[in-house]
Write a protein that binds this ligand. Structure first.
Ligand code: ATP
Ligand code: MG
Length: 392
């Protein structure tokens, strides 16, 4: 049977945004992300986008999987499209939904009719189809209050759509609807989650990674590139900047108090990230994967010292999450397994034994002023490579 995927974007998402801008952003994103899955057609009506895979044997699973990662879509309904004839509906619906109906004990039918020319009214459609389902699946009972399965028939312009309960979409608002930010992407668990969370709120996300060869290996960088690639399923294309950071780290180690190493390193990362953003077109903010109190460099004292080095706002969407909650999201978005691969990160290579958890801004600034980092910052910016990671 021909299948169509109904993508519902709901009213909440429309509140702050102009409806047509929102819709065209969604359609543009869907076109881009689905392009390599095969041919399809998109139509819209009543806060729903209809994605219709075309061709002889379209891979509808693949279309559905990609759509489930597009922000702004609140619910997805994979539906069978049937000719608008009650006989056809009663014959095809039990067949199409056989799997769910076999596994359930109770059900109800819900009918909607936007085509008012259809000869049966909604209650009549429910009665007819309910009867047909009971005939095919005699173990079922009708429960109109708390059914395990709701079979919905939507009689629309071209077809009658048949589906069971919708599944959750990616939620959020469309990427591109709220600005452009640069994610500091390490090889850890937290930063990919932070990028995902900001993209879910509409940000276009690029990524910057600091590496310290030969202390960090090619494999470590490839792991981070892989993380960026996995993020593209949600974020779309990601520009990946890779900064050579070894020299700065060696200068830091030789010239600054060891207990302030991490916080100074973080401030220098922020400085370099900002200079690269300033060279780009219109990147407005930085994103990190920091979570309050998770490690010594993530106390509020440390964050105050980091932010003092920033001209741009720094978003930390994981700030109030426990590690277990961050891991849950990482598993859901498919980055966890890659994040836990045991490759070294430039931060861990030089980590001091006893980092200061309550650095004061004055002592941090004094320590940083004790050495002229400027030429090394410029060199790192000039040596930064960039690669466009296309969405998968
Ligand atoms: P993550 O799991 O994201 O690595 P973490 O718990 O290991 O976080 P830190 O290593 O202290 O924490 O890093 C805090 C944040 O600083 C990271 O979430 C990331 O945004 C940024 N960061 C750390 N190392 C790097 C790096 N090598 N390149 C880019 N950003 C980094
Ligand atoms: Mg880390």
């Amino acid at each position: 049977m021909k299948e169509i995927i109904l993508c519902k974007y709901g009213e909440i998402a429309l509140k702050g945004l102009n409806k047509s801008t929102f819709e065209s952003m969604m359609i543009k994103t869907i076109r881009r992300r689905l392009a390599s899955a095969g041919e399809f057609r998109i139509t819209k009506s009543q806060s729903t986008l209809y994605v219709e895979p075309l061709g002889d044997a379209p891979d509808v699973d693949e279309f559905e999987s990609r759509l489930s990662k597009i922000f702004g879509i609140v619910k997805l309904c994979r539906s069978g499209a049937v000719e608008k004839d009650i006989k056809a509906i009663c014959e095809k619906a039990p067949e199409y939904l056989a799997d769910v109906l076999e596994g359930a004990r109770t059900f109800k039918v819900n009918a909607r009719r936007s085509d008012k020319k259809f000869p049966l009214k909604s209650p009549e459609i429910c009665a007819e189809l309910g009867g047909a389902i009971l005939e095919k699946f005699p173990h079922l009972e009708v429960d109109v209050h708390e059914p395990q399965v709701t079979v919905t028939v939507e009689v629309r312009e071209d077809y009658a759509f048949i589906h069971s309960d919708p599944v959750d979409g990616a939620g959020g608002i469309p990427v591109g609807s709220s600005g452009h930010a640069m994610l500091l992407l390490s090889g850890g668990i937290d930063s990919p989650v932070a990028g995902y969370m900001m993209a879910r709120r509409g940000a276009v996300v690029e990524a910057i990674h600091f590496e310290a060869p030969p202390y960090t290996s090619d494999r470590a960088r490839m792991k981070v590139e892989k993380l960026a690639e996995l993020m593209t399923a949600y974020c779309g294309d990601v520009k990946f900047f890779c900064v050579p950071f070894t020299e700065i780290q060696l200068k830091l180690k030789a010239n600054c108090p060891e207990e302030l190493f991490t916080i100074l390193m973080r401030r220098l990362m922020m400085e370099i990230a900002q200079r690269i953003c300033e060279k780009e077109d219109d990147i407005q903010a930085l994103i990190t994967g920091e979570s309050l109190g998770q490690v010594a460099s993530q106390t509020m004292y440390a964050m105050v010292c980091t932010d003092a080095a920033c001209r741009m706002p720094v978003f930390r969407p994981c700030v109030g999450l426990d590690k277990a909650e961050i891991i849950e999201i990482a598993r859901k978005i498919g980055t966890f397994e890659t994040s836990i691969l045991p490759y070294e990160d430039c931060c861990t290579v030089f980590t001091p034994k006893h980092p200061k958890t309550r650095p004061s801004l004055a002592e941090v600034e004094k320590a940083q002023a004790g050495f002229d980092f400027e030429p090394y910052i410029q060199k790192a910016v000039e040596g930064t490579t960039v690669r466009l990671i296309k969405h998968i």
